[in-house]
Design a protein. Structure first.
Length: 357
């Protein structure tokens, strides 16, 4: 969507100051030699830019313009970068921001302090530790304490608002033990840890997404059994499940996974985005609470090999989620504008973060 020239200038100016502000709050700024990947050569086949460990992990609005931005993560080097978007167009690439020290840290996003802008939660890749960083327009504002997670190893963590207070909470999942627990948060501080909840019976279930599926303002849990190509939605009330939905078969064929839940058709209920990484395909399943409303068609990804659907968010401010693609092994992305389960318009290929200049 078009915005005023003044607004665009302010956004670009803000992007330039990100590194300095990151230093002011203790975060490390842009790494030496870091840049965006070189653009494709006009009129010819483009050489892929190496991904350099960068992966798209989420789409979320970081600058309060009503349009989702793209969060990149280099977990091996504990870094993140935010690509500020204006529809399918890159508005401004943010700097590479160093995360917590000590090992590999994985980052996810949600609004933890009710200011309408994305914050981030870092999770240690090898130990159950998290740290919530409050952000302001993509700039680190305050780094929260490192919090120990549930006992044991193998926990993953994602961020969703489970109690409807406008502040994100943390969903922990231990796939090997098939259990979850919701930790209610107050900004970057732990408010109350929820009970351990066993997942669906049989198979190997893990959390495949989370969002408000039934329109009550509180996040619900999407379960995914990758091996058997199944999903199930649990409707939640805070830290407790209030209804366990039926087991629903996924798209035809093996290799499909649920990667995100978001509202694709503007009905106030989140829908489920399926992805097939090997075949470079996606499908949106429109949901009505825990029940499947309508399975969407299988959509091939951008032209060329190696594309995977990685994230979903409303990038053009029409109230409906769109799909963010990344080319595997390459720091390249593309955004597809969606209208429900149908593609409305494919965006251009955009270079992502790139080390080495």
């Amino acid at each position: 969507m078009r915005r005023s020239v003044a607004t665009g200038r302010l956004r670009r100016a803000a992007a330039v100051t990100h590194a300095a502000l990151a230093c002011a709050c203790g975060a490390e700024p842009l790494d030496e030699g870091w840049s965006i990947a070189p653009p494709p050569s006009p009129g010819g086949a483009a050489q892929r830019a190496s991904a350099d460990g960068w992966e798209i992990v989420q789409a979320f609005d970081f600058n309060l313009d009503g349009m989702a931005d793209v969060l990149w993560n280099d977990s091996a080097r504990s870094r993140m970068a935010i690509w500020f978007m204006d529809g399918t167009r890159l508005l401004a690439p943010g700097p590479a921001i160093a995360g917590p020290r000590g090992g590999e840290w994985i980052v996810r996003a949600n609004d933890f302090n009710f200011d309408g802008m994305g914050d981030v939660v870092w999770r240690h890749a090898g130990r159950p530790l998290i740290s919530v960083w409050l952000m302001h327009g993509g700039q680190p504002l305050a780094q929260g304490p490192i919090l120990p997670g549930p006992p044991g190893e193998g926990w993953t963590a994602r961020a969703f608002d489970f109690n409807g207070d406008g502040m994100s909470d943390v969903l922990w999942n231990q796939p090997e033990q098939n259990v979850i627990t919701v930790w209610l948060m107050n900004g970057s501080e732990l408010l109350a840890p929820g009970p351990m909840l066993p997942g669906p019976i049989g198979g190997r279930w893990e959390v495949g997404g989370g969002a408000d599926i039934d329109g009550d303002g509180m996040a619900d849990v999407v379960w995914n059994d990758v091996e058997r190509n199944l999903m199930s939605v649990w409707l939640m009330n805070g830290t407790q499940p209030i209804a366990q939905g039926p087991v629903i078969p996924g798209p035809v064929g093996e290799g499909w996974i649920t990667i995100r839940a978001n509202d694709f058709n503007l009905d106030g209920n989140a829908d489920v985005l399926w992805a097939h990484e090997e075949k470079g395909m996606a499908a949106v399943w429109l949901m009505n609470g825990a029940e499947l409303l309508a399975p969407g068609p299988t959509l091939p990804g951008p032209a060329g090999d190696g594309w995977s659907a990685r994230a979903a968010g409303d990038v053009n401010r029409d109230g409906m989620a769109d799909i963010v693609w990344q080319r595997d092994g390459a720091s390249e992305m593309a955004v597809w504008l969606m209208d429900g389960s149908q593609m409305l318009a494919p965006g251009p290929v955009i270079p992502g973060p790139h080390d080495g200049g």
